[in-house]
Design a protein around this ligand. Structure first.
Ligand code: ADP
Ligand code: TRP
Length: 320
């Protein structure tokens, strides 16, 4: 069983990325073959500043290693270190119906948020299909918002296989129900591009600002509150033990606790939960050569596999 996933270096990673995707990625590294990459080609659809892109790539690399990704166990690499993926993208794009891409929510959402409607943004799912198919991936662990892209990948692979004969493995997405969508501090999906994130590695001051800024209803301190409908509680549950969850739920229901106090509890929990990761990240940051080596070695492994699949596809279409 081969697992593959990617994350865009289009901003600073947040706890939605961690609970929605990264945690699953790290968990899969035991006992499975895993390929994980930093989707820097994809990021060009939204990041148009070279220095910023470099900084985000560095940040995401450190974040992944800090949360426990083990480069001895997985191939961890930069997408653009495997340029074969762009050649396969072109081949796949010739069997991808316009209607398929026109139906993609992510494109429409991004346009609605003011991102420029470039061809790259529109064709984004074809590059993603290439990322997945080029490694003969069986499973793709992602957050809920990416499921449609995996379905598009299957459609593209099926069209290709139908036209040219069995060439690609049909992948399946894997989403963990419990953490399907992590809310941001405005109650909407937490996203780098919505300005509503709680960053994984922000300092206490910044973290405090995002957590204190969580939007709540206007019930007074004394009034009983429903834990199940509030963002503070939802976020707390991601990090707290079952007993701690029950205790906070109880305090909400009883009344006598304001949202301010609950937010302080959430702040402490967030600091505690990410504390050990933070220490590891600080250590890694002191060793940039090691970090770069990890990516170079990861790309070697990935590239060998990518070449093999690309050759198969070239042969199938008659480009040999
Ligand atoms: P963002 O929306 O912040 O730009 P990405 O689209 O780069 O995040 O997502 C990277 C990974 O993190 C994907 O697998 C995605 O499904 C997951 N993810 C992002 N935001 C959330 C969230 N709020 N809840 C759950 N998973 C998320
Ligand atoms: N589109 C994904 C996201 O925004 C990132 C990504 C690119 C990806 N290629 C992929 C995820 C291949 C899984 C598999 O999160």
């Amino acid at each position: 069983m081969r697992y593959l996933s990617g994350i865009q270096p289009s901003g600073v990673l947040h706890i939605g990325n961690y609970f929605g995707a990264m945690r699953q990625h790290v968990a899969r590294q035991e006992g499975h073959e895993c390929f994980y990459f930093i989707a820097d080609y994809h990021s060009l659809t939204t990041v148009n500043d070279a220095e910023l892109l470099r900084e985000y790539v560095k940040g995401v690399t450190l974040d992944y290693l800090a949360v426990g990704l083990d480069p001895e166990k997985v191939a961890f690499f930069r997408q653009s270190d495997v340029p074969e993926v762009t050649e396969l993208t072109w081949i796949l794009s010739t069997v991808t119906g316009m209607g398929l891409l026109e139906r993609c929510h992510s494109y429409k959402d991004k346009i609605a948020r003011g991102i420029a409607a470039s061809h790259g943004l529109f064709a984004y799912p074809v590059l993603m299909a290439s990322d997945i198919l080029i490694y003969d991936s069986d499973r793709v662990p992602v957050g809920k918002d990416q499921i449609q892209h995996i379905e598009v990948t299957r459609d593209i692979a099926q069209s290709f296989n139908h036209l040219y004969g069995e060439t690609f493995v049909l992948p399946e997405s894997e989403v963990e129900d419990t953490t399907a969508v992590v809310p941001g501090n405005d109650g909407q999906k937490m996203s780098k591009s919505y300005g509503n994130t709680i960053e994984m590695f922000a300092g206490k001051k910044k973290l405090k600002k995002s957590i204190m800024g969580i939007v709540t209803d206007s019930l007074g301190v004394e009034e009983p509150k429903d834990p199940d409908t509030n963002t503070v509680y939802q976020l707390y549950c991601l990090m707290a033990s079952t007993d701690e969850q029950a205790e906070l739920a109880d305090r909400f229901r009883k009344g006598g606790m304001g949202y301010g106090d609950a937010k302080k509890t959430l702040l402490e929990k967030t600091m505690e939960y990410f504390g050990p990761f933070r220490d590891r990240r600080d250590e890694l940051e002191k060793d940039p050569d090691f970090v770069e080596d990890v990516l170079v070695e990861g790309a070697k492994k990935a590239r060998a596999k990518a070449r093999e699949t690309l050759n198969r596809a070239r042969l199938a279409v008659g480009l040999d």
